[in-house]
Design a protein around this ligand. Structure first.
Ligand SMILES: CC(C)(COP(=O)(O)OP(=O)(O)OC[C@H]1O[C@@H](n2cnc3c(N)ncnc32)[C@H](O)[C@@H]1OP(=O)(O)O)[C@@H](O)C(=O)NCCC(=O)NCCS
Length: 207
């Protein structure tokens, strides 16, 4: 079953993120940072997240971000004390990662490449045991409908060029590789998919 992310589910979503994505947020500290990030998405005016539940267990999620500034402002406003605390902890656990986090936060040059306007899928994750079941397609379908329902006519995403399974998934679901970009020493493919029809959301989105 697909539903919107709730605060209660953020812990599991942060766990899925750490377990399945290449991330600079590691261990307990990384999980606290991600928990703050996803809790902010729950009622953000710039992002939306859907989760997939199998027999009461969340086995996948997908997020769409269309207003990075709003997402960032929400984080700054409501979570600054916790963010500072866990950010400081991250500095101790993984000193190098804080440079990138601060750079992203202040929107230094690497983010200029990153700040392509529009509706961005970021990220999609399905647990290892639930892959190949169609869950990822269901999540994606909800996101595409949501993007259309708020007026976008395409969705884009960045994917590491060597993430073969994800690339195969995007290609089979209608995404087209438009270009490539080097960021932080990692090569990314930029994929886009047009939204053909604008339907009402599959689940209530609050938009
Ligand atoms: C990306 C993801 C959500 C896709 O979900 P999924 O359930 O694996 O997707 P599907 O199984 O429907 O589609 C993947 C396709 O890749 C194929 N595939 C599997 N391993 C592959 C590989 N090593 N190389 C190329 N293709 C591969 C599968 O056979 C399948 O195609 P098919 O349906 O025609 O057989 C999931 O793999 C995932 O969570 N990955 C880890 C997180 C991640 O990388 N997210 C994307 C960040 S950009």
């Amino acid at each position: 079953m697909i539903s919107e992310l709730t605060v209660d589910a953020c812990e599991r979503v942060a766990e899925l993120h750490i377990q399945n994505l290449r991330t600079r947020y590691v261990g307990y500290v990384g999980q606290r940072m991600l928990l703050l990030y996803y809790s902010n998405i729950v009622d953000s005016v710039g992002g939306k997240c859907f989760v997939a539940d199998i027999d009461g267990s969340i086995e996948g999620f997908v997020c769409g971000i269309w207003d990075q500034d709003a997402v960032r402002a929400g984080l700054r406003k409501r979570m600054w004390p916790s963010l500072s605390f866990w950010g400081a902890a991250q500095l101790i656990v993984k000193p190098k990662s804080i440079i990138r986090i601060v750079r992203d936060y202040l929107r230094f040059e690497p983010l200029a490449l990153w700040m392509k306007g529009g509706y961005e899928l970021r990220p999609i994750v399905v647990s290892a045991k639930a892959r190949g079941t169609g869950l990822a397609t269901m999540l994606l379908d909800n996101l595409m409908v949501h993007a259309g329902s708020i007026g976008y006519d395409n969705v884009f995403l960045y994917c590491e060029v060597d993430n073969w399974r994800a690339k195969a998934f995007y290609q089979k679901t209608g995404f087209i590789e438009m270009s490539r970009v080097l960021r932080g020493g990692i090569n990314y493919s930029i994929f886009e998919r047009r939204i053909e029809t604008h339907q009402p959301p599959l689940v209530h989105t609050g938009q």
